[in-house]
Design a binder for this molecule. Structure first.
Ligand code: GTP
Length: 383
């Protein structure tokens, strides 16, 4: 079944040979990686390249994606919406050129998983307006994962969550297996206010209830028509911001020639809420699971409101495999294991690391609890 093209989105013509790009977004912990793994297991998706972007220094998501080849690219120089011109453009150019040189197989589609804090506007703008990219790729839709169990709070507190919903072509209501009918209906009504045109698809345990892959792809060329007027305004702001940055870049060398310091671009408005920060807590020795999980449980109980996301890869005493813990606000999801310790990157030293993304929660508060219950003092690591 082909998904309906929402009002305002023009279907891509059959003659359009550009590579379709799906932007998979959604707030922290909404279930993007889980959906991505489901997608990658579907027939016909072996030629998809995946770009993953994560908030914080120690990336965990790329370890959780079940695709290990040259077409999985980690965008690790900051949040995609802040570093879009550098990282994303470079990665898409590289993919195209490497496929052209036959260093990798032809790329049939690109899936971009943004950070949970990303504003989709700069990503969409880049796909549609950056000349090299727009000639070779077309934005085939913004698919937003919305956590049925946490989204109402997130939409009330975080402007990024509102933008991710309002700019979507498809809304995937994740974790419906954990929510009751009333919660689902209340959220569906709120989402319809923010984005009346986007089809809403329920997801249980990472699997969409209807439409399969076709419900997520074939969204038509991205368009602000049919969405709230805010969407066109945000894309317009993005265009203005980009023009201003280009103008400042052009004027900088002139100033140097006259011996003055280069003109600095006007301070860009902050894209992220200033209260939101991330830090990494490291344990150098193997952890005793029960003490550690007591400590984490207490942290979630006491500070859950201020914990946007916790992700950790742990070296647990007696377990040869890295254990993965994941939490959103007060909820800890069942732990899983990676198939092996990574051979490269920060986790190759087999030390446990927990990445916290928090709102107004100092590291010291968390460390006190971990130190008293987990059986060893944590070490700080730059985030
Ligand atoms: N029960 C249930 N759990 C889910 C579902 N989708 C995701 N989860 C769990 O929710 C947690 C977060 O899921 P992820 O897929 O990592 O979320 P994410 O959006 O990629 O997270 P970030 O990249 O950190 O923003 C994991 O422990 C998942 O197993 C679902 O539909 N049902």
């Amino acid at each position: 079944m082909a998904a309906d093209v929402p009002a305002g989105s023009a279907p891509a013509s059959a003659a359009d040979r550009r590579i379709p790009v799906t932007v998979l977004t959604g707030f922290l912990g909404a279930g993007k990686t889980t959906l991505l793994n489901w997608l990658l297991a579907q027939p016909g998706l072996d030629s998809a390249a995946v770009l993953i972007n994560e908030f914080g220094e120690v990336g965990v998501d790329h370890l959780l994606v079940e695709k290990v080849d040259d077409t999985l690219v980690l965008l690790d120089s900051g949040c995609i919406c802040c570093s879009v011109q550098g990282d994303l453009v470079r990665a898409l150019k590289n993919l195209f050129m490497r496929a052209l040189r036959r260093e990798i197989p032809p790329v049939g589609r690109v899936l971009i998983e943004t950070t949970g804090l990303a504003d989709p506007a700069p990503v969409i703008h880049t796909l549609m307006e950056e000349p090299f990219i727009a000639e070779r790729y077309r934005c085939d839709g913004v698919v937003t994962a919305v956590d049925t169990t946490h989204a109402l709070d997130q939409l009330g507190a975080q402007r990024e969550a509102v933008r991710q919903v309002a700019m979507a072509d498809r809304l995937l209501l994740t974790k419906c297996d954990l929510a009751d009918d009333d919660a689902r209906a209340t959220l569906a009504a709120r989402l319809a206010e923010l984005n009346p045109g986007a089809p809403q698809i329920e997801v249980r345990q990472g699997v969409p209830a209807e439409g399969g892959v076709d419900a997520l792809f074939g969204c038509g060329l991205y368009s602000a028509a049919g969405k709230l007027p805010d969407v066109a305004a945000w894309l317009g702001e993005e265009r203005a911001r980009r023009l201003e940055a280009e103008r400042a870049a052009r004027s900088a060398p002139m100033a140097w020639r006259k011996g003055a310091p280069p003109a600095r671009p006007a301070a860009a408005p902050a894209r992220h809420d200033e209260g939101v920060s991330s830090y990494v807590i490291r344990f150098d020795e193997a952890l005793q699971w029960y003490g550690f999980s007591d400590a984490l449980g207490l942290i979630l109980q006491v500070y859950g409101e201020r914990i946007l996301r916790v992700k950790g890869v742990l070296n647990v005493e007696g377990d040869p495999l890295p254990r993965v813990v994941q939490c959103v606000q007060h909820v800890a999801y069942p732990p899983t294991s990676l198939p092996a310790w990574p051979q490269t990157g920060p986790l190759s030293d087999r030390r446990s690391r927990l990445v916290f993304i928090v709102r107004d929660l100092p590291r010291s508060e968390v460390e006190v609890i971990l130190a008293s219950l987990a059986g060893q003092a944590p070490s700080a690591e730059a985030a």
